[in-house]
Design a protein around this ligand. Structure first.
Ligand SMILES: [Fe+2]
Length: 116
C-alpha cells in the first residue's frame, strides 16, 4: 500500500461531507493581504462530536518552480471548533494549493486548486 492510497477525494464522498473546500481571496481591512480559507462541510456540516469530528486541516502550496511548502495546520477541539481555517499567504508565489483534512472515523481527504 502507498500512503497516497489512504487519501480520498470527492469521488468517495457519501452522506457526510469531508472534502476540504479551498477558497482564495483578500483579507478584510488591510491592503495587500491574501488569504486562503479551507473549510470542511461548507454546504453540509460534518458531525462535530467527540466520537466523530474533523481533527485537523493542513494547507500546502506548490510554488511556481514546483517546491511544495507546508503552509500550516489547524487543529480543532471536538464539539466546539468548526473545521475551517484561514491562512495568510502571498498567493502570487504559488501555482496551486492543496489541502488535507482528517476525520477521526473516515480518514484523510484531499482537495486542490490551481491558480492561473
Ligand atoms: Fe467523518
Amino acid at each position: 500500500m502507498e500512503f497516497g492510497d489512504l487519501i480520498k477525494g470527492a469521488e468517495s464522498e457519501g452522506k457526510e461531507k469531508h472534502v476540504p473546500y479551498i477558497e482564495v481571496g483578500k483579507g478584510r481591512g488591510r491592503e495587500n493581504v491574501d488569504v486562503v480559507r479551507v473549510i470542511v462541510g461548507k454546504e453540509v456540516p460534518h458531525p462535530n462530536t467527540t466520537e466523530h469530528h474533523i481533527a485537523w486541516i493542513e494547507l500546502f502550496g506548490v510554488k511556481k518552480e514546483g517546491q511544495v511548502i507546508c503552509i500550516g495546520r489547524a487543529t480543532f477541539g471536538a464539539g466546539y471548533a468548526n473545521p475551517n481555517a484561514r491562512f495568510q499567504v502571498p498567493i502570487a508565489d504559488f501555482k496551486a494549493f492543496c489541502a488535507l483534512a482528517y476525520c477521526n472515523i473516515h480518514g484523510l481527504w484531499q482537495n486542490s486548486i490551481e491558480m492561473e
